[in-house]
Write a protein of this length. Structure first.
Length: 323
């Protein structure tokens, strides 16, 4: 598991261990936290760019499959410093693939993103829509997906790219702690806890209440999908499959705010700002392919479940992992 000390990665490690798998985590700790690592996982500190470190871990720990979650993942940062994103997300990813080839590892599940679609032509979004990213972050994810496709054709790699929509929620022990935090739900909960207003970007979209509509998926449902995807690579033909991971429905920003107020029993202090450039009115996934290919159905799809679990984790760790 690359990036296993991050939000999505650590929860997936937790689920994999609970299912009896042996897990080795590779993480540079540039954005992850040592405290997020579950007991029972082996840990190697390093980057996917550290080919020697990666190859030793693959060989010495007898790795059979890779879940690749390590990435830079801030849209604004990618625009300001695209070199960082192409170096770590693309060059680092290709270095990982070459190291896997040397070690004889032919199975990989890739943590991709709905950002590959950019401003989609239609919704719900199906995997047949052509990727048209509008920022370097999304473009680096597309570039690595293409590398997976060609490596599958040439070298027998069995790969599955999972395009996440908005991930939210927490387990009892692991939750979301980003610096800086750009995701809506943790920012709403921070506003409730601190009294500092959160900014709602635009209330004049062509949606029922004027705010953007987004698809949310619980991080534990995402971990279930990771497990199903890893198992599928054990029997899949060489090549790349791509699946959206979302609920298949959406909630507006205003609906998420109202749900946060119900869950916490407090008002969310907020202000309304202008639209952010490039924000489409609606982003909702079709998850039919994931249902058919992975046998996966999201089981924790209500806002109350996602926000409630995130709020309980925040109350237990008000300072996050650093606190």
């Amino acid at each position: 598991m690359t990036g296993g000390a991050g939000y999505v990665g650590s929860v997936s490690v937790e689920h994999l261990l609970a299912q009896g798998h042996s897990v080795t985590v590779l993480d540079s700790l540039a954005t992850g936290y040592r405290a997020a690592l579950p007991d029972g996982a082996s840990f190697v500190e390093g980057s996917v760019l550290d080919a020697g470190v990666v190859e030793r871990a693959l060989r010495e720990d007898g790795i059979e499959a890779v879940l690749h979650c390590a990435a830079r993942a801030q849209v604004g940062e990618s625009v300001a410093d695209p070199a960082l994103y192409y170096r770590e997300n693309v060059v680092g990813g290709v270095s990982l693939l070459d190291t896997m080839r040397r070690a004889g590892v032919t199975r990989i599940v890739f943590s991709s993103t709905a950002a590959v679609y950019g401003a989609p032509e239609s919704t719900p979004i199906e995997e047949t829509q052509l990727p048209r990213p509008i920022n370097p972050y999304g473009d680096t994810k597309v570039a690595f997906e293409r590398a997976l496709d060609w490596y599958g054709r040439a070298y027998g790699l069995r790969a599955l790219a999972l395009r996440y929509f908005n991930v939210a929620g927490a387990t009892e022990q692991r939750g979301e702690d980003h610096q800086p935090e750009t995701h809506l739900i943790p920012n709403l909960l921070r506003a409730v806890a601190t009294g500092e207003p959160v900014t709602i970007f635009g209330d004049d979209y062509p949606t029922p209440d004027g705010t953007c509509i987004r698809d949310y998926i619980h991080v534990s449902d995402l971990a279930d999908a990771h497990l199903a995807a890893l198992e599928l690579t054990g029997s899949a033909e060489p090549g790349l499959e791509v699946c959206n991971l979302g609920s298949g429905s959406g909630f507006s920003v205003a609906q998420v705010v109202e749900a946060a107020e119900r869950v916490t029993g407090r008002d969310v202090p907020r202000t309304v700002g202008p639209r952010r450039p490039g924000d489409p009115p609606v982003l909702v996934a079709s998850n039919e392919k994931a249902r058919k290919l992975l046998g996966w159905t999201p089981r924790r799809g209500t806002l109350e479940e996602m926000i409630g679990s995130a709020w309980r984790w925040r109350q237990g760790q008000p300072g996050g992992y650093g606190g």
